[in-house]
Design a protein. Sequence first.
Length: 442
Amino acid sequence: MTEYKALRHIPNANLFRQGDVFVLFGELFGRGYANGLIDQARAAGMTILGITVGRRDENGTLRALTAEEHAEAEAKLGGHIVNVPLMAGFDMDAPEGEQNPTEMLSGITLKSWQEDKLDWEKIERCRATGVRRFTESASQVMGEIDKLIPEGANVFFAHTMAGGIPKIKAFLAIANRIYKGRGDRFMSSRALLDSDLGKLILMNFDEVSANTLKYLIDASSSIRERVTAQGGQVRYTAYGYHGTEVLIGGEYKWQTYTNYTQGYAKMRLESIAEAAWKQGIAATVFNCPEIRTNSSDIFVGVELSLFPLLIALKKEAGAEGANAWVQQQWDICQSLLGEGVSLQSILDKLESYLQTDTSAGFRNYEAWPMDNTPELADLMIGTSDEIASLHTDRKALITDHLSALVLEGTGPLMFHGAAEKIAPVLWLNHDIIARQLIELHK
C-alpha cells in the first residue's frame, strides 16, 4: 500500500517555458483532466506534441488515422500528433491464427459469465503479443518525438491512458448491476473479480492504466538521456485515483468511491512511479478527486464527493479576498436546482450521507478498494438519484460545474508540482484544490 502523502502547499516552481516540449501520452477525446495540463503548457509557451491510439477498421484491425482524422485530432490538441497507433491493452491482440480475448469472450451471457472459463495460456500469448505491438510502436513514436525536441529544451510527458474493458455485449448488463444496481438488481463486485472475466479485465486494466507508464518511461530513455546531458530536465506525470479528502463534520477526511474496480491498476501505477523515482526519474502520480467524465458516468454515486468542495471553497477563502468569486460558485450551483430547493439542503443531505455508519465503514485506506455491499448501493445510488431529481435539468447538474472547477484547479497543481519534484505519489484533496482555485480567482 502506497504511503499516503497529500499535497498541502501550492507549488510555484516555474521550470517550463517557451521552447520547451509538452508530450501528451494518450489521445484527447473530450473534456477531461488532461485539458487542465494542456492549458498550463500552452500558457507557458510550450510546444505541444501528442500521440494517437489509432482506430480499428471493420475487421477490428488497428490502423493509423486518416488525413481527415489526423487533422481533426491535431486541431483538438492544438499541436502535432505522431500518427502511429498506440492502442493500449491486449483485448484485441492474438498471435497469428489464434483468437483474441474479445473473441474468446464472445459467447459469454448474463447467465453464464460467472462459470465461463478462459484458457490462461492462450490469454498470456495474447498479452505478450499486445505488449510487443505497443512497445515497438512506442519506440517508433519516441524516435519521431526525439527529432522534434530542440537542444536545451525541458520535456514534460503527461501519461493519460486509462481503461481496458473488453467490448463484449454482456458486460454492459453486468456493469449496470454492479455499479448501478440495488435491491433485486444488486450484484456483488466480488463476483466479478472472482470470475475469469473479472480476472481478464483486471489484467487489461493493468496493461492500459498502469504498465503503459513503464513503457513510456522505457521508450523515452534516449530522449531523457539526451535532454539531461544538454542541461535540460524531464518530468513524467500520470493521473491516479485512490480516494480523496473532503470535508466531513468540518474536518478533511479521506473517503472513497466504492467499488472502484480500476483501483488495483491505479495502485500498480503508483508502484511504477515509485520504482522510477528510486532510479532518479521524476515521475509523479497525482491522485485526483472524483469528478464526472464520460468514462466515470457508469459509476453512479462517484459524483457525490464533489459537493463538499463548495464548503471547502468557503472554508479556504477565509481572508484570501476571494469570497465574491466563491459566492458566485454557490449562486451558479443554486441556479441549477429546481424551484424551492435550496443548495444548503443538498449539502445537508450530503453531510448526512457521509456521516452514516455505512459510508464510514468504507473509509478504510488499508483495505482499498473494498467490495460493494447491498447496503452501500442502496444508500449511495439512492442518494445520487434523489439529488439528480432535484435539478431543473438532469443534463445540467451541479456536479458538472464542480467537475470543471476541479479540472481547473488540478492543472496548475500538477504542472508546477511536477516541476518542483516533490514525491512519486501525491494526493490532490479538496483543501489544496480550493486554495488553488482561490489563488487563481483572487
